[in-house]
Design a protein. Structure first.
Length: 174
């Protein structure tokens, strides 16, 4: 059976600590989130930040536990004509993080809506500096089969070890 390989999508799924660290050196610069091929409007609001501790069983009956922080972005025009500075965004997130004693390794999920369409879930990629602003791409967070994803990652790891430059003509690389 051919299945979608979602493991590549989550490779840029950054943690809370990573995002805050990346924004620390650019606190005065505008923070521009992009989703669905377009930037959020300059007047976007962080309407809610919530955190949760989760425990679950995946479809292979493997136990999992994690901490996750959800940042809700309301993509609307506001009175301000500029995107929120990275420092202001960080201060909002840190207030919740410090109050709830969240680990910096907490999984980061964005909930985005324009106030009309339903909220969609996104994960954040590595922030980048360009055009005198900090840009963060948000990618849809798809459903996935974790046991299959772990198996695919293991298979890739085996293939990478077997098919290095010195062994590219070996039988396992064909």
């Amino acid at each position: 059976m051919d299945a979608l390989d979602n493991t590549k999508i989550r490779n840029d799924d950054i943690s809370l600590g990573f995002l805050l660290e990346a924004l620390a050196g650019a606190s005065e610069l505008p923070l521009v989130f992009r989703y669905d091929g377009r930037p959020v409007k300059a007047g976007y609001h962080v309407t809610e930040v919530k955190a949760g501790q989760f425990a679950a069983l995946d479809c292979g009956a493997n136990e999992e536990a994690w901490t996750e922080i959800f940042v809700q972005l309301w993509d609307v025009e506001g009175d301000s004509r500029a995107h929120m500075p990275a420092g202001k965004f960080s201060a909002i997130i840190r207030k919740v993080s410090d109050h709830l004693h969240l680990a910096q390794s907490a999984k980061l999920t964005f909930e985005v809506s324009d106030g009309v369409r339903p909220m969609q879930l996104y994960c954040a990629s590595l922030p980048s500096l360009r055009d005198n602003a900090v840009h963060v791409e948000l990618a849809p967070r798809p459903a996935s089969c974790k046991p299959r994803d772990r198996w695919l990652a293991e298979e890739r790891s085996k293939a990478a070890g077997c098919c290095g430059p010195a062994l590219e003509n070996s039988a396992c690389c064909r």
